[in-house]
Ligand binder design. Sequence first.
Ligand SMILES: [Zn+2]
Ligand SMILES: [Zn+2]
Length: 302
Amino acid sequence: MTNGARVFPVTSSIYRGAKAAMATMHGKEAAIAPAMEAHLGLEIVTPAGLDTDILGTFSGEIPRIGTMLEVAVRKARIGMRATGLGVGIASEGSFGPHPVVPFLRAGMELMVLVDDERSLIISESFVTDQTNHDVAVVVDVSELGEFLARVMFPSHALVVGPNQTDSPWWRLHPQLKVIRKGIRAHGELADAVSYATRRSEDGRARVMTDMRAHMNPTRMQSITDLAALLAQRVATECPHCRAPGFGRFAVSSGIPCISCGEESIIPRGELWRCAVCNYACEEVKLPKLEFAQPADCPRCNA
Ligand SMILES: [Zn+2]
Ligand SMILES: [Zn+2]
């Protein structure tokens, strides 16, 4: 898998002066365009009047189908079709328990550049604990005090709907299953909660953080950070075939434990791979550590 020990990737941009389409209804271009312009000289074009919610919504009225990468690639191509451009960018997020520390909330963000002229799909992603993602189920708005502080309301918007609407009666009256989004004022929140409790079979309202970028400054920052990472990856050439998009795809094996010699959880470095020719190499982190402490050893710390 690893063809070389260490490389010094060349940074350049084949996209200088080019345009990329971006289909978004949630103002994400404000977070993405500056990095693409600065690192790649790539201009972002946003077609007007596109409905990316047909690919699924956070509030769950329309389920998303496929992996995050598949959804992002489809979304990028919607923008490309609408503008007639051969290059597109899209981003996707998903939120829930942290994959490593389950009691923490985490956001998984993924961004992709699709270049159908060169048959390239270059993606970058990360998991962050910097998210306000949360849900509360309440009978009355007065129960929300601590929750509202935690989710940073009203600078971060909320989504409110009935908690329980699965009986056959609801299937016959789907138009009454109202979800209100983008709530950013206390009066509006109180109205929405009272409305939702009256329409829920259990008399409870479900209050969720609005994860759409333009309603959630914390998420907008994550997308800004990810755009810089994606732009840097696109600007990095494969040392073997010179295709853009050379970068990290995994961490390498752990350095040995100083006490027992088993593999620790401290990775020796990163594995970098080319998305086109599969050339891979290991980037060793500097300063290089010889051994890990027993606290970072699954065997000693069991
Ligand atoms: Zn390559
Ligand atoms: Zn050990």
